[in-house]
Design a protein around this ligand. Structure first.
Ligand SMILES: Cc1cc2nc3c(=O)[nH]c(=O)nc-3n(C[C@H](O)[C@H](O)[C@H](O)COP(=O)(O)O)c2cc1C
Length: 337
């Protein structure tokens, strides 16, 4: 009996199998995200997600969606920064759920990695330290700006719930604002948001707390957690495991393991490149762990679950390029039984 194709329940959710389509910005590769660049999903983007849902994926986490224009990562990105956008996102959630997949959506702020032309202002970060591979210094956020950003995440999460999504995911990976606060490479603050790991995690935990207050304790909140910086002195999986414990304590329903400053697709990495990090995190928490990264073979995915290294498996580019990946994988697994 395949574990990959057996249902999985947690936090009031039930997935028909253990395959998750992780967030992938369709403006970078795909039908274009927000075609009018107003943050709302275009028709082709809705159809793109509907096709993956119809073809059997257990849960879709819709691509990163900005909580405020100041936190927008690129043109064509989805954004849910205003109440007027809720109906357009309702159509997206409905299209996904009609195909049988659960619908979650990732919410994000670009922080110091922002392009001034896109965010229409100067990039904000924890300190005046450029993110790796950039030479642009951001302006350190004031306490007021931190509080305002916490509010923006919480308001965005409320809109996610109003739009009918099953869950919301906070993006704390891939070098965006929350990674910048978590990582000692970019967070040089001397106030309560910098220094110890506990202090560097404070902003993320305040966001989780405010989001949960806004959406209610029953609504599932996930965190995509950057577990590897890949740079001397940066975040390592053991740090991420400690942060994951804090998130579990704060009521987070799922840890979605990915990279921090190393990104989501490190060069020349071997299949399942974040499985070792996921396995370290999984040993430290009781909530489910999702792992993504270089997984394309269903038998490989099955083994990750069998070896108890994660509870759910993310299949990104393979599903992006072949909407029928799940159906084909199921045939392969059935032929093995
Ligand atoms: C075109 C593209 C866009 C992506 N956009 C996002 C995103 O919006 N948010 C996110 O957390 N990860 C994003 N990712 C990373 C994927 O979710 C995933 O972690 C990565 O592709 C590795 O998984 P894979 O080897 O199965 O593709 C993106 C990846 C690709 C290829």
């Amino acid at each position: 009996m395949s574990l990959l194709f057996s249902p999985f329940s947690f936090s009031g959710l039930r997935l028909r199998n253990r395959i998750v389509m992780p967030p992938m910005a369709t403006a970078i590769e795909g039908p274009g995200g927000s075609q009018n660049d107003d943050g709302t999903p275009g028709e082709a983007t809705v159809a793109h997600y509907a096709a993956r849902s119809r073809n059997g994926v257990g849960m879709i986490i819709v691509e990163h969606t900005y909580v405020t224009e100041r936190g927008k990562a690129h043109r064509g990105q989805l954004g849910l920064d205003r109440d007027e956008s809720v109906p357009a996102f309702r159509a997206l959630a409905h299209a996904i759920k009609s195909g049988g997949a659960l619908a979650a959506i990732q919410i994000n702020h670009v922080g110091a990695a922002g392009n001034p032309e896109v965010i229409k202002g100067e990039p904000l970060g924890p300190s005046d330290v450029p993110v790796p591979r950039s030479d642009r210094k951001p302006r350190p956020m004031t306490r007021e700006e931190i509080a305002e950003t916490v509010f923006q995440f919480a308001s965005c999460a409320r809109r996610v719930k109003e739009a009918g999504f099953d869950a919301v995911e906070i993006h704390a990976a891939h070098g965006y604002l929350l990674t910048q606060f978590l990582s000692p490479l970019t967070n040089k603050r001397t106030d309560e948001y910098g220094g110890s790991l506990e202090n560097r995690a404070r902003f993320l935990l305040e966001i989780v707390g405010a989001v949960k207050k806004e959406v209610g304790t029953e609504f599932p909140v996930f965190v995509r957690l950057g577990s590897v910086d890949g740079i001397e002195g940066g975040i390592v999986p053991e740090d991420a495991a400690i942060i994951a414990c804090m998130l579990e304590e704060a009521g987070v329903a799922l840890i979605d393991v990915s990279g921090a400053f190393v990104g989501s697709r490190p060069k020349d990495a071997s299949p399942g490149y974040f499985v070792p990090a996921a396995s370290v995190i999984k040993k430290n928490v009781d909530i489910p762990v999702l792992v993504t990264g270089g997984i394309t073979d269903p038998l490989f995915a099955e083994n990750i679950l069998r070896e108890n290294k994660a509870d759910l498996v993310g299949i990104g580019r393979a599903i992006l390029r072949d909407p029928e990946w799940v159906l084909k994988a199921e045939k392969i697994m059935r032929s093995q039984e």
